[in-house]
Design a protein around this ligand. Sequence first.
Ligand code: AHR
Length: 691
Amino acid sequence: MHATHFLGRHLSTRFVLLLAVIGAPASLLNAQTNSGFGTTNSVEVHADSTPVLQIDAGKVTGNVSSALYGLMTEEINYSYEGGLYGELIRNRTFKANAQSPVFWNAVGDAAISLDTNQPLNSALNVSLKLNTSNASKTSPVGIANGGFWGIPVRPNTTYRASFYAKAKHFKGPLTIALESAAGKNVFATATVPKISGKWEKYEITLVTGDVPTSKENKLVISTTKPGTWWSKHGTVWFQQVSLFPPTYHNRPNGTRPDLMQLLADMHPAFLRFPGGNYVEGSTVSERFNWKETIGDISQRPGHRSPWGYWSTDGFGLLEFLEWCQDLHMQPVLAVYAGYSLRQQHIDPGPKLEPYVQDALDEIEYITGDATTKWGAQRAKDGHPAPFTLNYVEIGNEDEFDRSHSYDGRFAQFFDAIKAKYPKLQIIATAGVKSRVPDLIDEHYYPDSTEAMEAQSHMYDDHPRIGPKVFVGEWATRVGWPTPNMAGALGDAAWMTGLERNSDLVVMASYAPLLVNVSKLSGPDRSMQWRTDLIGYDALCSYGSPAYYAQVMFSTHHGNEILATGSQNIPTRDWQPPTRWHNGVEQLRPPVQQLRQIFFDATRDSGSGTIYLKVVNELGTPQPVKIEISGVTTVEPEGTAVVLKADSPNDTNSIDKPTNIAPVTETVDGLGTDFTREFPPYSITIFELKTK
Ligand code: AHR
């Protein structure tokens, strides 16, 4: 893990990862900058000083990538465990801590402890031992779990509970109940009448009636029997105690519907998974070892995430793929590439071979038919149809590998994958010289709106030969825990640059995507990294203003990039922060003139609709003149989708989930030449009907 991952640390923008390719001058390649319609930081002065945005609809500078807007996730901030993964029980396999059954409590006068002598199997090689001796009719004993900062209870809802158990001097019954945290209210109960002396799986449903919605609840498994008639000293061992509410599309072992709906509304084209740092792990043994994340969940050992908490791997490789299927996203698979965060690496050559083979097997698991070894395994796991895979990423942020072994490691993966799957597009995560990757993954995490805005034109002059760009992680890190309007403005300015250059930047994904906001600081916190796009607790979820900016951008664009130009764009002075190197302050960068209006235009070639995106980061209403050439007419009536705030600090939260949300309005007075006043701190997308 890189030091800059820690909360509150200043994370400077990552440098662009450029390959050693000899690029032709950008001006020869990018019709936009060659057209006199440059959208660079140069500012021309117009007679009446009203800002002018010019669109030349007669000049298409490139195609908007159909895969431009996607998602990136990993197990961070309780994204899956306590997040997207529907499981409600925390530490369901008792492996989160080797010393004690953390997140479990004894009920009544019970004694509970971890027991490594009674494993369920070699994957789940520990169990929770309950001594029932002190149980009586009036004082039951048992075990209780409070979930991930609560267990959501909703009225008239069916929950599926299950657990493995075996008993000695105890035959049952066990009562399973959904109760309020203090135990005053019982919302649903069921009984397992008999527990045998061998490990068996018990499955029950819990159905709530007309109860209030709440989250301060727990699951309790208890008994009033101390033991059998011949011994009052009973013992029950438990493993994999699980509770699922209804899931998205009712998938078994599935996902949380409200979060899935928020993601579906983004219309994402792809999912980059499983990391991020999560694919790398802190050590080689804590990498995302995909073969241990498939099949029956009781056979998955789980592992510690580099973000400091246990992952059961109930949300494993097939669950990622089914998530893609449910949201019609294409998978962008990151394979473990022989580097882990604590500077462990595998030398290229024979030692790396097993890891290369693992990646080939993983690709076969995803794409192979049932006649292949791993395709057959996928079919056995419940998914006979192969998935379509176009992109494979080799590792993650491998420039942090101080052994500088990435070039060799990349070449070994690249050659093996291309030999077997020549059509796959291979993504590099750092500069390499030995091979030419199809794409290069760049990450940007500026700590201010200004820093993000300042780089929003960075791709305008980028060479158009060589690998395409995948901005696999980016975010304006302003707002806590989720971005506020200032963050959304920085993001939107940046996205105008991505879209304007999406002939080059073919895919981009904000990161991190998800954060459980239940406990934002202190030990055992639910957030390891700010700023995150979507927040939630056990019961509710919300999209940040930056989330809504993404929804707006990904659902409103054409397939053609139009040439644009501008005049009189207001600017202000901005002092970029001084960089530090080994504790020494470096030379202060010169003050920059920062634009305060950002825009781009795309067109749907089928309907002729032009999508004009305008970001006004000023705190005052801003009249802007729009001039459109290259079309005969623009219909006077169109629509505008607007996201705005009274203050850049305004934001959304669990309590005010849609405080800042887009509003769609009908506008008139449009034409090839019109003036519009843009609200302070606003993001506007016009849909202009043209002929
Ligand atoms: O998005 C959070 C982390 O930032 C990712 O895990 C890593 O790739 C990057 O450094």
